[in-house]
Design a protein around this ligand. Sequence first.
Ligand code: F6R
Length: 241
Amino acid sequence: MRLIIADGYAEMCARGAEIFTDVLKKKPNAVLGLATGSTVIGVYDKLAETFESGAVSFGEARTVNLDEYVGASPDDPISYAYYMAEKLFDRTDIDKKNTHIPDGMAENLAAECARYDALLDALPRDVQLLGIGSDGHIGFNEPGSPFDGRTHVAALAASTVKDNSRLFGSIAEVPRRAVTMGISDILKAKRIVILACGANKAKAVYDMISGEISESCPASALRLHADVTALVDREAAGRLK
Ligand code: F6R
């Protein structure tokens, strides 16, 4: 794993966006694995800016997102489909039919997980963007998730519900379940870029990089992959030796 300690949030996001821009310049129809959450917003801002400058096009790109809340429809501002439209898709020339997010409204969630697995098999990711939970989760693969897991319905850990409540009116409004890509499919991406910022991520970053490779820190699975770049700010790197 390559570790880059960035000088602040803007630099961290600019470096993350640069990796995605380079991939797209070399391969305009690349498959981009995308994440949501607060940390990666700056990456999408930078990518939208780069698109506006004419330096890159998303016209042929395909995207596959990590996860979606169960019960969240694309027109609901809490959904990750809404987030993606607002933060990236509606700001670029990406063709919406080439964008894929699990369907949190599916009546049959087991069938939706199987559909998403087939999609992942058909669209191997050239690069995968990740954030990290304060408990070390990636996607919504919470501690204890198997490294060989595929798309499944995950129950959010109590700490994740608490972390995510900052984006909702109250803790009661935070969805408790999500459809998430499994760790085995995250590891199938050719290249992985994981971002972390802030002191509340310092323990997870330490466990990912220096702890035991174990299900107790899902992000530690990334050490089994040959091409991972971890972009962190000074606060998130605070516990590293
Ligand atoms: C989102 C996702 C999550 C987040 C993580 C960090 O698609 O899969 O793993 O990346 O919860 O979220 P923030 O950046 O909001 O702290």
